[in-house]
Design a protein around this ligand. Sequence first.
Ligand SMILES: Cc1cc2nc3c(=O)[nH]c(=O)nc-3n(C[C@H](O)[C@H](O)[C@H](O)COP(=O)(O)OP(=O)(O)OC[C@H]3O[C@@H](n4cnc5c(N)ncnc54)[C@H](O)[C@@H]3O)c2cc1C
Length: 408
Amino acid sequence: MIHSSPTPVPPQRVPVVIVGAGPAGLTLANILRDASVDCVVLEAESRAFIEQRPRAGFLEEWAVRALERHGLADRLLEQAQTHSECEFRVDGERHRFSYTQLTGDHHFVYPQPLLVTDLVRRFADVKGGDIRFGVRAVELHDIDTEEPSVSYTDSVSGERRHIACDVVAGCDGARGVSRASLPSECAHVARLDYGVSWLALLAEAPPSSDCVVFGVHRRGFAAHMARGPQVTRYYLECPPGDDPENWPDERVWSELRERLSVAGAPPLTEGRLIEKRVLDMHNYVVQPMAYGKLFLAGDAAHLVAPIAAKGMNLALHDVLLLADALLSYYRTGDTGGLRGYTAACLRRVWEYQEFSEWLAELLHGPSSGDPFRAGRATARLRRLFDSPVAAAAFAESYIGSAAGGNRR
Ligand SMILES: Cc1cc2nc3c(=O)[nH]c(=O)nc-3n(C[C@H](O)[C@H](O)[C@H](O)COP(=O)(O)OP(=O)(O)OC[C@H]3O[C@@H](n4cnc5c(N)ncnc54)[C@H](O)[C@@H]3O)c2cc1C
């Protein structure tokens, strides 16, 4: 009797494999597809999951305009609110800060799940792009050779699949596999741990203010950030590694009221809390961001705690540069953009890291229990409110309009 063995799935070949369908991977995939450079996107989660995962909400004007130039911002421009001010609440007083007046640029309030939904729909449904959801055990092979490849286990058949490619874009976020594929002797990870955590909350409640509110308070920092007409994000500084179970709803609202209320401000609009998680505040940067044929982008390459709403913007900046470099390579054979990728990204990465650390110290100093840090935070706030030059510098950094001189 002859036993027929199952037909092995033949290896596939595409120019670019993108690992991860977050804002970075999906933006890159759309730009490459529009330029007829074939790519496959591998995503560990389901489509429904990534289209609902709540995270970021603030996009900087330069990033929105870049998405618009690539035809990726239609619904965003129709639906997003724009913000031009933020507010500091300190010692019972409100200080409004109009960064748009100083820079001309706005923030666009557009929740990350909406952006991801738009990008998936355009790539997969409108342009017929190839995203494979629910993949397991992704592995990168031979990235230091001219013949790299990526393998994974298919979610439906359970079979092992292999894709050969020219380039791998590692866009799989802070917990992905791409970063670990860089040999430790070739890539260094610079880290900063703030030693505090934030309780990240999402409330089914309309925003209580028309702008971002930073509550600088001796009991700990607190913040209010709109996410849409009916959903608001709040943050509460808490001890490192705190457990969300320690924060029943009544405690959350009473602490938010305590840290954010000031005379003349409307009371907080309360609602059901639909997300409550503790984020340990830390940053890292991988240098270089590329090795052989692997190019890291977004949170895979650098993490910036959500202190100044920078992470998604940086992820977009990386892939705009990577897309330019890849298109230049495929159109003319020029490898200059790929060789200069790390240096081009890191200018903005380090500017944002430095600003986030500066702002973190201003926000956490008063609750640190250290009189020196508290005094320094007060000096930073006073300078920001009193000096037009300091205010202009803060505004540029906050909206990212002058980062690295490589405005896009
Ligand atoms: C509470 C919170 C609030 C934030 N607010 C802001 C804000 O207002 N503005 C801002 O700019 N940023 C903000 N950020 C940061 C922002 O969310 C991230 O920087 C952004 O998601 C980075 O995008 P990315 O595409 O690099 O990574 P991700 O969005 O993490 O996407 C990576 C993708 O890869 C997939 N993946 C992981 N491992 C694998 C694997 N092994 N194989 C295949 N796929 C894999 C993941 O499922 C995911 O879909 C916030 C973050 C948090 C947590």
